[in-house]
Design a protein around this ligand. Structure first.
Ligand code: 6PG
Length: 274
C-alpha cells in the first residue's frame, strides 16, 4: 500500500492489505462507497485545477457504469460546483453503449442528467459519442476525428487526457474493452466499435493506446462483487486478455495510475500479517 497523506476530504484508512503497488501504481483503500465517491470527486477537482493551472484547460475522459454516478452528484454540489473552473473543462467518455442519449443505459446521457447539466460547463465542452450515427463504426470514426481535432494531434500521435476515469467489471473489463474482444488488440486507432459476443451487442470504446496515454488514470472500484477480480488483476493472475484492466499501464515518464477502491472491493486482497 503506498503511503498517501490523508486529505481532509477523505482520510485514507491505514491499509492492512499487502498490495505491491509498484506494477499497478498507487492503491488507495477507502472505507465504503460514499467515501469512494468523495475521494473521486476530490481527485477530479485536483487534477482539473492542476491541469488548468499548467495548461489552461483540462481534458477528462469519464467512465460509464454506476460507480461514477455518486461522484458526479457530488461535483454538481458545492463546494465543487463553484470550485471547479468548468469553462476550462472538456469532457469525453472512455466508452459508450449503442443507445440513444435519452436511454438510462447511455453513459453520456446519465452523466449529463446526473451532473453535467447541473454545472456551468459550456455545452460545446461536453463531447458525447454520436450514437445517432448510422452505424457504430461511423460513430467511432467520427469520435476519432473529433479527438484528433480537439487535441490537434496528427496521425501517429496520441491525445493525452489529463484525467482518465475507469471502472472495472467483475469480468475484468474496463471501458468497453471486454475479455477476448477485438478492440484489445487495436494499437493504431483511438476509438473503435467493439462487438462483445457475450452481450451480443456492439459497444463504442477508446483503445488502450489513448487510455494509457492519460496523465492521471484513476480506477474507481467498489463493492464486494469486484473483490475476486480485483485481486486477480492486482496479483497479475490470468492473462491480460482475460482481464483487460491489467492492460491499463500509464506511459512513462509522467503517466500515473491510481486504484481508488473501497473496503468491500479490497476484501480478497492479501492482508499484511499483523
Ligand atoms: C460501462 C463502463 C464500464 C464500467 C464497468 C464498471 O460503459 O459500463 O464504462 O467499463 O466502468 O462495467 O461498471 P460499474 O461501475 O457499474 O460497476
Amino acid at each position: 500500500m503506498s503511503e498517501t497523506s490523508p486529505s481532509p476530504h477523505h482520510p485514507i484508512t491505514p491499509s492492512p492489505f499487502e498490495i505491491d503497488p509498484a506494477p499497478h501504481g498507487e492503491v488507495i483503500v477507502v472505507v465504503d462507497g460514499s467515501a469512494l465517491a468523495r475521494a473521486a470527486a476530490e481527485r477530479f477537482a485536483r487534477v482539473v485545477e492542476h491541469s488548468v493551472s499548467e495548461r489552461g484547460e483540462a481534458f477528462v475522459a469519464l467512465s460509464g457504469g454506476s460507480t461514477p454516478k455518486q461522484m458526479g452528484a457530488i461535483l454538481a454540489r458545492e463546494p465543487y460546483r463553484s470550485r471547479i473552473p468548468w469553462d476550462r473543462v472538456h469532457i469525453y467518455w472512455g466508452d459508450e453503449r449503442w443507445v440513444p442519449l435519452g436511454s438510462p443505459e447511455s453513459n453520456a446521457g446519465e452523466a449529463k442528467r446526473g451532473f453535467l447539466d447541473l454545472v456551468p460547463i459550456p455545452l460545446a465542452n461536453v463531447r458525447a459519442w454520436d450514437t445517432g450515427a448510422e452505424t457504430p463504426g461511423v460513430a467511432a470514426a467520427a469520435y476519432e476525428a473529433l479527438l484528433r481535432r480537439d487535441f490537434s494531434v496528427a496521425p501517429r500521435f496520441l491525445p493525452r487526457f489529463d484525467l482518465v476515469l475507469l471502472g472495472m467489471g467483475d469480468d475484468g473489463h474496463t471501458a468497453s474493452l471486454f475479455p477476448d474482444t477485438e478492440a484489445l488488440a487495436e494499437r493504431e486507432l483511438l476509438a473503435v466499435a467493439n462487438f462483445v459476443p457475450k452481450m451480443d451487442t456492439t459497444r463504442l470504446t477508446l483503445t488502450l493506446p489513448v487510455l494509457n496515454a492519460g496523465r492521471e488514470i484513476i480506477f474507481l472500484v467498489g463493492g464486494p462483487g469486484k473483490a475476486d477480480t480485483l485481486e486477480a488483476v492486482l496479483a497479475g493472475e490470468q492473462t491480460a486478455a482475460e482481464l483487460p484492466a491489467r492492460l491499463i499501464q500509464p506511459a512513462p515518464p509522467d503517466g500515473k495510475l491510481t486504484w481508488l477502491i473501497d473496503e468491500d472491493a479490497a476484501a480478497s486482497l492479501p492482508r499484511r500479517s499483523p
